[in-house]
Design a protein around this ligand. Structure first.
Ligand code: GLC
Length: 431
């Protein structure tokens, strides 16, 4: 691996020696501002990499590898809280004070437009990254207008983790494709002595970005939309209501564990790993961690279920972006190439079961043999629905979180929450 990384780096070094000065330009529209004029990627020296707390333990060793090869251009890993909203807040605070403390940012795929429009991140040179090898919907998340402002590092698609051992024992033929089948399977498993006291299902329903993800998945899995094909809010519909009703009804009838109203990804992972859940909606990173837990060998993954057939995940993931206010941008660009390279994506897949942006890794027979969840993951990512791609994403997600939470808590009916949400979104998005 060391030699491969070194080789990857000799080409990067050659590029840098040739003097990489880039021109950024863009066009304006929808309230965002454009980035024009030359952005130069100059300066070499220490930088920082800022991302969510690494629950998989695989990031620092990769950075160590870089640091060994680049003693004068060391990367310090700054870990932010695990929840997306706190990460966004800290990154924005840093940008608003024009601080150079953060160099390379691991941006949630939903923040690209907001960060680019505010000029908190630099436009990047497309030809320097192997974008054509990446899954198209994943690559699109890194763009704002026509420009590239980030580079996909890992994708994310929601999957249904299920206790295959218990389903089998209860005589359930396979994973549920619909919500009705899911409830049915739980009823059967709960009749087993081992299934007694287990909760049926959990996702992430605390009031944070994960709730936006889970809400959108329920709406899309019932045939509704949050915004239509033109990006116009269209959430006050019977189909969207069926989606939200699935969540509210499931909380009421005990299909969803009561505690799940406080769950983020990690809480729900712990619940599944400790054997308290039959079904869990979560991201691919859970796969490798759960394989090392008490439920190792007792679970499998399937596509998310929906109202009348398979459901649709929200498209998640993280892209690397370069803070406009950072120093040592030549080093930063090299590090971004390294960290988003196919070899590193493969490493993160093998070590932490993260979804790679690179298409061919999903079809690699050796990898599929080793990781049987890959075909399900690929399907999940390719069929995933992006969350609204707007500059005002912070306001959009706050509105969704507020209204979805009010419905789940019983404070508002689903119908009222969706009517209010539609109005809020129209106001925030100006359409
Ligand atoms: C994961 C996804 C990200 C999403 C977040 C929500 O980190 O990759 O896109 O916003 O979960 O909690």
């Amino acid at each position: 691996m060391k030699t491969r990384v070194t080789r990857a780096f000799s080409s990067v070094a050659a590029l840098t020696a040739a003097g990489l000065v880039l021109t950024a330009c863009g066009s304006s529209g929808d309230g965002g501002s454009e980035q024009t004029g030359p952005a130069s990627f100059e300066g070499r020296g220490p930088i920082t990499y800022v991302a969510a707390k690494d629950t998989t333990g695989t990031v620092q060793p990769v950075i160590d590898r870089w640091n060994k090869l680049h003693p004068d251009e060391k990367v310090t890993f700054i870990q932010l809280p695990t929840d997306a909203d706190s990460q966004r807040q800290q990154m924005i605070q840093n940008a608003e004070t024009k601080s150079d403390a953060y160099t390379v940012l691991s941006l949630d795929v939903v923040w690209t437009s907001e960060f680019a429009a505010h000029r908190w991140i630099d436009r990047l040179p497309e030809k320097e990254f192997p974008l054509q090898k990446m899954l198209k919907p994943v690559m699109e998340t890194a763009k704002y207008r026509d420009g590239l402002y980030a580079v996909p590092a890992s994708s994310d698609g929601g999957m249904l983790y299920y206790r295959s051992d218990l389903l089998k024992k209860a005589g359930v033929a396979g994973p549920p494709k619909t919500w009705a089948e899911l409830k049915d399977a739980c009823a059967k498993v709960r009749k087993l002595p081992e299934g007694k006291g287990m909760s049926c299902y959990a996702g992430q329903f605390q009031k944070y970005e994960g709730l936006t993800v889970n809400f959108a998945e329920a709406v899309h899995s019932a045939g509704g939309v949050v915004t239509d094909a033109n990006g116009t809010p269209d959430v006050d519909t019977p189909a969207a209501r069926k989606g939200l009703d699935f969540l509210t009804g499931s909380f009421r009838d005990g299909t969803i564990a009561k505690e799940a109203i406080t769950y983020q990804e990690e809480d729900s992972r712990q619940a599944f790993q400790s054997g308290r859940l039959i079904f869990l909606r979560n991201w691919p990173y859970v796969y490798s961690l759960a394989q090392k837990s008490k439920v190792a060998g007792k679970f499998e993954v399937a596509p998310l279920p929906g109202l009348n057939g398979p459901g649709a995940s929200s498209l998640g993931g993280h892209n690397l972006a370069l803070s406009s206010f950072a120093k040592n941008k030549a080093t930063a660009l090299d590090f971004m190439k390294f960290f988003t390279s196919e070899q590193i994506a493969k490493h993160f897949l093998q070590d932490a079961s993260l979804a790679p942006p690179y298409a061919r890794l999903y079809d690699d027979p050796a990898l599929v043999k080793q990781y049987p969840y890959l075909p399900v993951l690929k399907q999940s990512v390719l069929r995933a629905v992006p969350r609204p791609r707007v500059v005002q994403y912070g306001d959009v997600t706050s509105a969704i979180q507020r209204e979805a939470y009010a419905a789940l808590n019983g404070g508002k009916s689903s119908a009222q929450a969706l009517t209010d949400l539609q109005k809020d979104l129209q106001k925030v998005m100006g359409r």
